[in-house]
Design a protein around this ligand. Sequence first.
Ligand SMILES: C[S@@+](CC[C@H](N)C(=O)[O-])C[C@H]1O[C@@H](n2cnc3c(N)ncnc32)[C@H](O)[C@@H]1O
Length: 173
Amino acid sequence: MTANAAQPNEPGIRPGEVSVTLPAQYDASLYFIGRIRTPWKERKDCPKNARASRESGVVCTIEVDPRWGQALPGVETCSHLIVLYWMDRARRDLVVQMPTRAEAGRSTFSVRSPVRPNPIALSVVELRKVEGNRLEVVGLDCLDGTPLLDIKPYFATTDAIPDARAVSHARKG
Ligand SMILES: C[S@@+](CC[C@H](N)C(=O)[O-])C[C@H]1O[C@@H](n2cnc3c(N)ncnc32)[C@H](O)[C@@H]1O
């Protein structure tokens, strides 16, 4: 697939959104190291973010390809993990997006939408169980079959910034 090809089933562009021509070539390649199994087949059913998913308590399964099995020992000692995944059904060419119910367009790098030049998503998940190459976790917000990019330990001492701000995202009311 070339860089400019449309993603399968990607939603169309909305009024107020701005797209750009994607570069003609990729700068790097990556390996999908597994797949994420979730109950959600359609975007409308997916949790909107990791917090909504955590609050639902739904357990999802990360299936790591057997090739990478030896990369897993030690993971089971972590209560929480950072999971990186590839939003394979998102378009990649929007620089301004119109989130549902938004009154004005939002720039791509100011939002957590899966629509971005490199559709990489992340969630901090709670690890419930490890069985061979399968990890049961709570806190994912992706469609069933979403490709897995990486797994890292979450270090509260390093990663948590309790007083961090994102003023334009503050909840109203
Ligand atoms: C708003 S994003 C948040 C992503 C991630 N937690 C982050 O902040 O990096 C979550 C939404 O992406 C959409 N989505 C989930 N899996 C996807 C996939 N494989 N391809 C494209 N869109 C997806 C769903 O609509 C879901 O509610």
